[in-house]
Design a protein around this ligand. Sequence first.
Ligand code: AR6
Length: 173
Amino acid sequence: MEIKLIQGDITEQEIDVIVNAANSSLMGGGGVDGAIHRRGGPAILEDCRRLRASHYGRGLPTGQAVATTAGDLPARWVVHTVGPVFSPAEDRSELLASCYRESLRVADELGASGAAFPAVSTGIYGWPMDDAARIAVGAVRATATRVAEVRFVLFSAHAYAAFERALGEAGSP
Ligand code: AR6
């Protein structure tokens, strides 16, 4: 698997799967979730509503992932995952790693050749960037998948630098 870093807007990525840092309601929100629904149009929310009704009446649990159409985005699917809210009192890193593993599992099931990830949980959910980057890179590297390209799409130079450091620390595949 090839891991690429991009500084930019994930909604502009041409790739099979765009991963969304959603919340368990799947009904949209701020941050990257808001941007994906805005750019992707109402078809994404329609799919999310159907999923709520059919499978996730209580919401999508933290650490899990589910796919919808990508609507008007230049992708084939959006995979929605729910990151944990950062807690200084409790180690929730396993849940954050699970977001990456489960999103890749869903992408694999779809037959996706590439998946673009934002830095899940590092915005509204408050996860410190360097730690989140290490968890993200570690989880992706440890996942067996046919997805050939994983692209981390980082909004800020600060986030990009953190992922660059994490990739360096993780060494070669
Ligand atoms: N492209 C790439 N990265 C982005 C973009 C974008 N267009 N917009 C923001 N980011 P956040 P969370 C970065 O808050 O912390 C929502 O309301 C951002 O700078 O989007 O997992 C959901 O509905 C940050 O580094 O997600 C949930 O309620 C990273 O994406 C809650 O926020 C994630 O920030 C989820 O919080």
